[in-house]
Design a protein around this ligand. Structure first.
Ligand code: SDX
Length: 431
């Protein structure tokens, strides 16, 4: 639809505006409404941004109707099968799959940045043992901006690259330290002779008193899950990072806003909520009652891990993770894992129900991921930190893409004001 435009006619003045179409390489075109306030004295209104593009981006493409997800043009199922998380991280950050030499340099750089400043480690002592790990992640990552304020000239490409590599390198160390703090165990330093996921598992589960051997099946399962969670275009947390970053704030502070947004149960917090929900449902015999609750507008209960703002078909990530559940559970002799059986039956029954079919509600990325995390021995309150580790790649990539945009301006939405018209102050003795 090159050079085509929508015509907007003001119902009162009859004034018309030609609104050009912005079209990308794939996906839905957009109407460029940037001039309508100046031309017509009106705003657009889209509170949850259901029909609004906030930016142009070349990183990730989602076709919600057909259940397609691609990072830099590569389908996520191919990357999950053939790539590795750090190779995918390179792809998402730089736009191309790395040569072997480029990947070696990138992996080495990440490996060399995994340790935390000893002063930062002391920050964990300020948290109670029962603080939610996401609360600790939000605070500790935000505190990185107190340590790295000298190498964050956001207009300097080298500083931007150092930030992205440092953030990707340190987030697993921070997440593992949060877990160790919550169980009163000593924090385990990273080991540079391990790959990214093995290093994380060791920091999570090793104790100084014993040798710890990483199970390669567990490391591989994490690597696949991290690939599937690495980016997802303008989701709530990534949009939050972009909005915060548009003010020119410290990039580590911007990432901490993404962690805070991800924590919500409507977003990344859903993986923890799914396991809690499956525990509450307990048995397949209770599924019909809980589905009725999910359909009851007067009941706040929702089927966690179901539905998506963009996917109106299967979330391709959920399909891959469901398949991976079988492999992981078999490896750990958990074939008759009751929660997985319950999840499968819940999906089957829900997808036969008109309420879910009419609303195109399918399992999303969060519905099955917790089954694997639990099989690896990861506690439920660490599920969303797992999501945050992977999504740090997407947050860093989108922050960088935005900073590289010469047209970047501070994000500042408007509103439809519904409050009081002007009125005079009333002295207290006359109220
Ligand atoms: C993630 O945006 C991303 O890309 C996010 C993410 C990423 O990678 O970054 O994919 C990760 O956040 C996945 C989503 C995880 N959240 C959940 O699983 C929580 C449960 N899901 C819902 O809360 C909901 O589906 C959302 C939040 C995911 C989407 O909300 P929308 O797009 O605002 O949909 P909606 O609330 O307008 O629902 C449309 C209808 C409503 O019914 P009606 O008013 O038409 O009668 O579907 C119903 C809703 O009540 N509905 C559900 C439901 N989800 C939607 N009913 C029961 N259970 C559900 N889970």
């Amino acid at each position: 639809m090159a050079n085509k435009a929508f015509t907007l006619t003001h119902p009162d003045t009859g004034q018309t505006s030609e609104l050009p179409l912005v079209t990308g390489t794939l996906g839905t075109p957009a109407i460029d409404v940037r001039g309508i306030n100046k031309d017509q004295g009106i705003f657009t209104f889209d509170p949850a941004f259901t029909s609004t593009c906030s930016c142009e981006s070349a990183i990730t493409y989602i076709d919600g109707e057909n259940g397609v997800l691609m990072y830099r043009g590569y389908p996520v199922d191919q990357l999950a099968e053939k790539s590795s998380f750090l190779e995918v991280a390179y792809l998402i950050l730089y736009g191309e799959l790395p040569t072997p030499a480029q990947l070696d340099e990138f992996v080495e750089a990440i490996t060399q940045h995994t340790m935390l400043n000893e002063s930062l480690i002391k920050f964990f002592d300020g948290f109670h043992y029962d603080a939610h790990p996401m609360a600790m992640l939000t605070g500790i990552v935000g505190s990185l901006s107190a340590f790295y304020h000298d190498t964050t000239d956001i207009n300097n490409p080298q500083h931007r690259e150092i930030f992205a590599r440092r953030m990707i390198a340190k987030i697993p160390t921070i997440a593992a330290a949060a877990y160790k703090h919550s169980i009163g165990q000593p924090k385990i330093y990273p080991s540079n002779d391990l790959d990214y996921c093995s290093n994380f598992l060791r920091m999570l589960f090793a104790v100084p008193a014993e040798r710890y051997e990483v199970d390669p099946v567990a490391a591989k399962a994490l690597d696949v899950l991290f690939i599937l969670h690495a980016d997802h275009e303008q989701n709530a947390s990534t949009s939050t990072v972009r909005l915060a970053g548009s003010t020119g704030c410290n990039p580590y502070a911007a990432i901490s806003t993404g962690i805070a947004a991800l924590w919500g149960p409507a977003h990344g917090g859903a993986n923890e909520a799914v396991l809690n929900m499956l525990g509450e449902i307990g048995d397949v015999s209770n599924v019909p009652r809980f589905l009725e609750k999910a359909k009851d507008k007067n009941d706040p209960f929702r089927l966690m891990g179901f539905g998506h703002r963009v996917y109106k078909n299967f979330d391709p990530r959920a399909t891959i993770i469901r398949g991976y559940c079988h492999q992981v559970l078999e490896h750990y002799n958990m074939q008759n894992n009751q929660l997985f059986e319950l999840a499968l039956e819940l999906e089957r029954i829900a997808l036969e129900d008109d309420y879910f079919k009419e609303r195109k509600l399918y399992p999303n990325v969060d519905f099955y991921s917790g089954i694997i995390y639990q099989a690896l021995g990861i506690p439920v309150n660490m599920f969303t930190p797992m999501f945050a580790i992977a999504r740090t790649v997407g947050w860093a990539a989108h922050w960088t893409e935005m900073q590289q945009d010469p047209g970047m301006r501070i994000g500042r939405p408007r509103q439809v004001y519904t409050g009081q018209t002007q009125r005079e102050y009333v002295p207290a003795d006359q109220r």
